[in-house]
Design a protein around this ligand. Sequence first.
Ligand SMILES: *Cc1c(COP(=O)(O)O)cnc(C)c1O
Length: 408
Amino acid sequence: MNFMTKLLHGNFAPDGKTGATTTPIYQSAAFCHETAEDLEKIFLGQKPGFVYTRLNNPSLDAFERRLALLEGGIGAVACASGMAAVSLAVMNIVKSGDEIVSGSGIFGGTHSLFSGLGDYGVGVHYAKDNQIQSYLKCMNENTRLLYVETIGNPKLDIPDIAALAELAHSQKIPLIVDNTVTTPYLVQPIKLGADIVVHSTSKYINGGGNSIGGIIIDSGQFKWAIDKFQTLRDFNKFGKFSYLAKLRSSLLSNFGGCMSPFNAYLTSIGLETLGLRMDRACENAYRLAVCLQKTNKVAVNYPGLQENIYHNLAAHQFGGKFGAILTIRVGTKEKAFTVINKLKFALNLANIGDARTLVIHPASTIYAAKSIAEKEEAGVYEDLIRISVGLEDIEDLQTDFLQALENI
Ligand SMILES: *Cc1c(COP(=O)(O)O)cnc(C)c1O
């Protein structure tokens, strides 16, 4: 089955009882069973079945199975948000005294999370750039995982996933990849050697900006049964499912960050058109980048442009597409505000991956609490505007941005 077909038919058939073509919203807190013996077996894992929506639910199950298929994993756990997914994916592995090595151009919320882990005894080091050497320099015997995003946001830096997977495995540690910005339509990190994939499904997976969600997908490839991963020792009996077993029965259950069935329903429907939307958004982003560059008024950062330092890696890694996020630098903060205020179609808000084109001034919003040095490390400058390009007619977008730029 090819990708677009999987989006519609993968791991789901119309409901046998009613013929419903989408998984209904199972808006129920718990699920009752005929006999006490049945429920005992389900609790012991000896019989499949649903118990309580914090642990599992048919609407979530359908969504999880489809995304696991799309990413090439053995299973998935849906979470309340992308941040719930990122934090549970990492905390399923580390304990006090352990360290994480991360790419530096990561999402602001993830950066905050990692900075806060110090209070729990977990250290974080950021590779200064995407050279393999820079990651290696940050690693030591306490390192328990490598963490990267497929395209850093808003820095738009790109790691070589296959090379990092090799580096991680040479040290017997897993590579976790946040694939939010590229989605499995552009790249399936597990195919390149990644062990765990996380998403904020609030973005392209949903596609309509109508619900918050996240998901963790496990490749099932990593061998956890070694001294480094004492935290998973009680789950080694589950073999290749040990990470997922701990995630669901321990972290998801104890921290309680489950996705709501209604959000799973909305997100599953959005997911069906992922391929079409990504084709369109990536094409629009490229055409907008070229148009803005031609004005000579702004510096454009987009991996799809020939001269971009990540162009070749992106072309190879993402199958000739370059994502739908670009940034422009317009000279000053005042000019950035003017451009944002003059835009008619592009909405000024803190999100990406919507059907609509979105803009934001990261320095005064998402990164407002960070120092100038931290901002620059994350590729955030006072005159920078981030654009998440949507599905509008490109002529309208180009006209909108050109008229806004007339004012500076
Ligand atoms: C938005 C985002 C997150 C966090 O997701 P939420 O659903 O907002 O909690 C994590 N990683 C990336 C790359 C994101 O863009």
